[in-house]
Write a protein that binds this ligand. Structure first.
Ligand code: ME8
Length: 525
């Protein structure tokens, strides 16, 4: 009998609106997802990482028209010239990229929603109320601020539009009790704690049924039983997490097998402004279809500019290449996860980024690597001396791996990176204390000198593996210069549960100097 493959660790990001190019807020979520999935891959798990683009709705339609293109032309252009290249630039190793205009999505959405209607969860009604096109959201009174006679969306600061339409409705209210029970029983299902509390109080505040179609424009997926209407963009978009992996396909088909292997998602990463969609509407849709709900929805905080959420519509968006051109891709990947506790808001500042780049990356990590490779070259002709054991470093590494793994798996990226960088500091302390440059002056100290160099190289091997999910480009270069690619195999294949085993780099490895891992910043820019 063949065994079914183990359940894959399945992680998703929001699918982003393609009304514009990605800014660093989108990159923040996508990098976080990439770091977490790379880490799980290095734990030896099978992993599926999905990201993509949300291409329907009024916001996209209006932007396309304003730019003189059809919506389809506009989204095709933006996805190919902006979104996919940005993720390539940032070294994102997603397994799939879903676009909501793809047939694999639209067909499965129609089939799924037809089945909800057949099961009695969808009915005809009339919607009358405020709508924010920026959010693509029907607004509740508490979501609005007043300015004179006008009601403004508190998120965008722009007037809401009053919609009066005959629509199709989803019986969201029927799922309030099951959802409350779900979150009470599974405290981990919505994190961090503040997000969970927000969802619980929203559910207790009286949730009404949801309008799920629109009849005043046609840029969307047609409602199969009423072709004058298209589905509300969020109802279509949320389904991407399931349509991308074969929702509703025959169990023996490729899609059906994929679904069985990955469902339910282990983590949905979202920004906190779209928490309700993911922690209320989405699981209710799944419950209505009798499908398992996500194991965890994690709402992270916002990157702020001038104290406000950075956004495309307010033109405060900073694009990733503004930062990577100056600091490099890996410093970008490192900085936001290291500087801001995941779940809290954080302000981006060039000064803070420069300071961390210089002290943590260039001085603590980069210099350690260049000192070691230069010394092995100078004192040992580039040949790694015999395996040696420093019990303190070995013990510290074991603790580091435990701490980092626990933190990263709990999405505490800052805690995980801190634990690893503490180890890096400790190794620097070891080199400073042992003073190999002094030992090298007297041949009688040869054994001790070689031992110091081996222990430092072995610590760098561990650091490269542990930091690889955060900074894959840099760690790959370090890995090469330790000859580890040749001796131990590809860095991506190095396991977290094996990294603390001391003595992996063999005697005789050919250590080479590389260009500085983190070059001095050009302050003239
Ligand atoms: O909401 N700080 O798309 P979107 C941190 N299409 N993260 C930020 C951010 C900021 N300033 N700005 C954006 C949508 N993000 C829908 C989602 S999912 C079925 C549909 C990130 O283009 C964060 O992940 O407005 C946020 O939730 C997402 O981008 C919103 O992207």
């Amino acid at each position: 009998m063949t065994r079914a493959p183990a359940k894959a660790f399945y992680l998703t990001t929001p699918i982003y609106y393609v009304n514009n190019a990605p800014h660093i807020g989108h990159a923040y979520t996508t990098v976080a997802g990439d770091v977490l999935t790379r880490w799980h891959r290095q734990k030896g798990e099978s992993v599926w990482y999905l990201t993509g683009t949300d291409e329907h709705g009024e916001k996209i339609m209006r932007t396309a028209i304003a730019n003189g293109l059809t919506p389809q032309e506009w989204v095709d252009k933006l996805v190919e010239t902006e979104w996919k290249p940005s993720w390539r630039l940032l070294n994102i190793a997603n397994d799939d990229f879903i676009r909501t205009t793809e047939v694999r999505h639209t067909e499965r959405v129609q089939r799924f929603l037809q089945s909800l209607k057949d099961a009695g969860y969808i009915y005809a009604g009339r919607y009358e109320g405020p709508y924010c096109v920026g959010c693509e959201e029907f607004k509740l009174p508490g979501d609005l601020t007043e300015s004179g006679d006008e009601k403004l969306c508190s998120m965008h600061g722009t007037p809401v539009e009053i919609v009066k339409e005959d629509n199709w409705f989803f019986r969201l209210s029927a799922f309030v009790e099951p959802l409350l029970e779900h979150y009470r029983k599974n405290p981990d299902a919505c994190q961090p704690e503040s997000a969970r509390n927000e969802v619980l109080s929203f559910l207790k505040s009286g949730v009404t049924d949801l309008s799920i179609s629109r009849s005043t424009f046609d840029w969307g997926i047609p409602v199969p039983w009423d072709l004058k209407q298209v589905f509300y963009v969020w109802f279509d978009a949320l389904l991407n997490y399931a349509t991308a992996v074969g929702l509703g396909d025959e169990p023996t088909s490729e899609g059906g097998k994929k679904f069985a292997q990955v469902w339910p998602p282990d983590v949905h990463l979202v920004g906190k402004e779209i928490l309700r969609f993911h922690a209320v509407i989405w699981p209710a849709m799944l419950m209505a279809a009798g499908l398992a709900v996500p194991k965890k929805v994690f709402a992270h905080g916002w990157l702020l500019v001038g104290g406000e959420k950075m956004s495309k519509s307010k033109l405060t968006g900073i694009v990733p290449s503004d930062i990577t051109d100056h600091f490099g891709v890996d410093a970008f990947r490192y900085y936001f996860l290291r500087a801001i506790p995941f779940g809290s808001d954080g302000s981006f500042s060039w000064e803070d980024m420069s300071a961390r780049y210089t002290s943590e990356l260039a001085n603590d990590f980069g210099n350690l690597a260049s000192r070691l490779t230069a010394m092995v070259e100078k004192y040992c002709a580039g040949i790694l001396p015999a395996i040696s054991h420093d019990s303190e470093l070995e013990a510290a590494l074991v603790v580091t791996v435990e701490k980092a793994d626990a933190a990263i798996c709990a999405l505490d990226f800052q805690g995980g990176i801190n634990a690893i960088m503490e180890f890096c500091k400790r190794v620097n302390g070891y080199v400073t204390e042992k003073e190999p440059w002094k030992l090298a002056k007297d041949p009688a100290n040869k054994t001790e000198l070689e031992s110091v160099l081996y222990n430092t190289a072995e610590s760098l091997r561990a650091l490269a593996v542990l930091l690889n999910s955060v900074m894959p480009g840099t760690c790959g270069i370090l890995w090469q210069s330790l000859d580890a690619d040749e001796m131990l195999g590809a860095i991506d294949k190095q396991r977290i549960d094996h990294v603390a085993t001391w003595g992996q780099l063999p005697e005789g490895a050919l250590i080479t100097k590389s260009a500085p891992l983190f070059p001095r910043l050009d302050i003239s820019e």
